[in-house]
Design a binder for this molecule. Structure first.
Ligand code: PMT
Length: 401
């Protein structure tokens, strides 16, 4: 959620300011770009040099900067507009009150007033200051203005008293930001199951019937769906690909029968299912338990039908939006439409091996999205990551609330 997000961190003068070193580290580790504005008082609690080193950016605290005889303007409007998100942590009673009243006598407050992005405050102060009606009024006013408050926690305070007023821990603050960003995503609250990769159908312990699917298309869909706020289950045949996003749960499988069992296990709780896997239609009827030896000039393996996973889900569906893929080599549109109907899908994604750069293994694909009302949306050749985002937007447009 925080990858490439531009975060303007405002630090005010309270003892909890020392925790902003950890906070900055966590934000950077989460992939965010961090710029820091400090009130002059906060520099008594944490060193600007430490924060500049951790954020890899200059730390600002006054409107002007004097260097080598020249005077420069630290542009608060530019900073306020640069940010995707502004976080003020710790936010003292003084700063909260000044934000609520519109005061603007330091760079941090000027940035706050200029910011058009969502603003979060993480209050930190002694318990009686936190409880004081004027502080609570400031917090309420700030929330009425559309800002978000990350509540202070209970515990031992710098005064030695115990109570509410401790700044939320850096991990809690980061989780709060992530949850808030996720809630704004189009697939927030949605569960999506995606099948990906090939299936391997065992002939004996060392040989199998498989295909050329690398899993790239399905994995790109999983990553795009998670980035758009979904909780993703990725039922994956054997691939060399890795997933780092904690929103994606990978269920590794080998055969079509296993992929079918795992897809059915989660199907009922899903909102959307996308079948991007290249599933073997047949499997050896009796896989040998030991490695087969060469016996004659030819050999025969009897194959039996595998379950059609997406068609079986099509028969069981109770409101899930079901999307299949069709990999074709001829009569593309006609075959894709036939599969859409026969498998009771809501949409199908056609890709053709006749298109250069489309289909198996490549980092690109060229697809046509066809919905059950025969609305056809063709796309140009794009990276699989871009294709995944296009497809998810097409699905999102057709979802009932
Ligand atoms: O993995 P990559 O290298 O990135 O390649 C991507 C891809 C080419 C595999 C992908 O874009 C794709 O087209 N996947 C579906 C391939 C395929 O098996 O198409 P099909 O026309 O045979 O199957 C139609 C649909 O039924 C598919 O959604 C398939 O997952 C599903 N199916 C098929 C057979 C079966 N037994 N069970 C199924 O669920």
């Amino acid at each position: 959620m925080l990858v490439s997000k531009r975060i303007l961190l405002g630090i005010t003068g309270g003892i909890a300011a020392y925790k902003t070193t950890f906070l900055t580290r966590l934000l950077i580790q989460a992939g965010a770009e961090v710029r820091i504005v400090m009130t002059p008082a906060s520099a008594d609690f944490v060193s600007p040099l430490t924060l500049a080193t951790l954020s890899k950016n200059e730390v600002l605290s006054s409107f002007v900067r004097e260097e080598d005889g020249t005077v420069d303007w630290n542009n608060h409007v530019e900073l306020g507009l640069w940010a995707d998100l502004m976080l003020i942590a710790p936010a003292t009673a003084n700063t909260l009150s000044r934000m609520a009243s519109g005061a603007c006598d330091n760079l941090l407050l000027a940035c706050y007033l200029s910011a058009k992005c969502p603003v979060f405050v993480a209050p930190a102060m002694d318990l009686d200051m936190y409880k004081h009606p004027s502080t609570q009024k400031s917090l309420k006013t700030l929330m009425d203005y559309g800002n978000s408050v990350i509540p202070a926690e209970s515990g031992e305070l710098a005064s030695g008293l115990i109570g509410e007023g401790r700044m939320a821990e850096p991990e809690t603050i980061v989780a709060h930001l992530q949850a808030a960003l996720r809630a704004k995503q189009p697939f927030s609250g949605k569960k999506i199951l995606i099948t990906a990769g090939p299936t391997y159908e065992a002939i004996d312990p060392v040989r199998f019937i498989g295909n050329h699917s690398s899993g790239k298309m399905g994995y790109a869909l999983a990553e795009a769906a998670a980035a758009m706020g979904a909780e993703v289950i990725l039922v994956s045949g054997p691939t060399a690909l890795k997933i780092a996003d904690p929103q994606i749960r990978v269920i590794p499988v080998v055969s079509a029968v296993e992929m079918h069992t795992e897809s059915r296990r989660y199907f009922k709780e899903m909102d959307i299912v996308i079948g991007a896997a290249a599933v073997a239609d047949y499997r050896p009827e009796h896989p040998a338990s030991e490695k087969l030896k060469k016996t004659g000039d030819s050999m025969q393996i009897n194959l039996v039908r595998n379950p059609d996973i997406i068609a079986s889900l099509g028969r069981e569906k109770t409101g899930q939006f079901l999307v299949g893929f069709a990999l074709e080599t001829e009569n593309e549109l006609a075959y894709a439409k036939k599969k859409l109907k026969e498998k009771n899908l809501d949409a199908i994604v056609l890709n053709s091996l006749r298109d250069t750069g489309a289909g198996f293994g490549s980092d690109t694909n060229k697809v046509t999205f066809i919905d059950k009302n025969s609305e056809i949306t063709p796309f140009e050749l794009k990276t699989k990551a871009e294709v995944a985002t296009d497809l998810l937007h097409e699905i999102h447009k057709r979802l009932k609330d």
